[in-house]
Design a protein around this ligand. Sequence first.
Ligand code: SOE
Length: 384
Amino acid sequence: MIGHGFMGAAHSVGWRQAPRVFDLPDDVEMAVVVGRDADAVARDAAHWGWAESATDWRDVVARDDIDIVDIVTPGGSHAEIAIAALEAGKHVLCEKPLANSVEDAEAMTDAAARASARGVRALVGFTYRRLPAVTLLRDLIAEGRVGRVQQVRAAYRQDWLVDPAMPLAWRLQKEHAGSGALGDIGAHLIDMTRFVTGQSIDAVSGTLDTIIARRPLQGSGSGLSGVAAEGFGEVTVDDVAIFTGRLAEGALASFEATRFATGRKNALTIEVSGDAGALAFDLERLNELQYFDRSAPEGVQGFTTILVTEPSHPYVSAWWPAGHTLGYEHGFVHQAKDLVEAVVAGTDPHPSFADGLAVQRVLDAVERSAERDSAWTSVGEPAR
Ligand code: SOE
């Protein structure tokens, strides 16, 4: 695993738990974690259950005893590491968003296509797809439960930047993160919409806003917290992204990605409305789906709660008896399981790097639209 921040912790839980809960077709050995600070990465490796730590990712990618490279670094380094790993014949799991630019995402997708022809697999970590309720949402739409999709409403709301004392973390710097709320959490909405509806997003109109443009430099810390150092620096990404998308079959989708939704910590919601019904998911109630069936008798119609904890629901049978709920980390466990199964079966897992590239093109189109007063912008247009 290359990188060891918040996502490193989450992926470690995934790698540790997957072989203990699921009956995997091969063993998983948590070999080595790579980070620049030798002491810090050694501490994290020991804490999370990895056999070793190292400071040079190139040495690790060249090792014969490594089969899978898991990339949890900021987006700016994804392309270089992923392409080197794929070319060295390693299967790759890469955190989202796939890259910081369409150009990098294209190069990664080309490398993944060449690797796939040699039996090497690549997966981009849009982990929320693998929550049982989100997979079920996709399955129910595919079964026709909402009929023709007529509208999608998606929002991802956090509030960790409301405090002006929050330091200038890497997520607020364009050269590391590519974009702000747009690419970090808006990317999840784009992927989830594509995944559950099975449709591409072909055109967008968007607006971006940076509410606090200067912040204290970061002294220590990572993830969504940190300790300030002396001095200030410029925030070079968006704090808020609001955009509209046109889906391939004509429906409109609205998207809000924000780090300024005071009181909202990690609130992702999506609602898909169709001519036969509607389905809604809320990450803060991740064991549930809300379902409205228009064919039910008028007098008893209403949103009903599906408790997604039955053994027949996706991923659930390996866990606990019905009604015994799952959480945020289970998506990472399911992701590790699915990748190992795909590697052994010799199939390409989803979401592919091509899916990651499709998301990247939407992100890029939103930025181009925002630069032109929210003009409708085709996603297929060449990147900047
Ligand atoms: C930070 O906004 C973040 O950690 C995202 O980067 C993750 O993708 C999301 O799962 C939670 O929030």
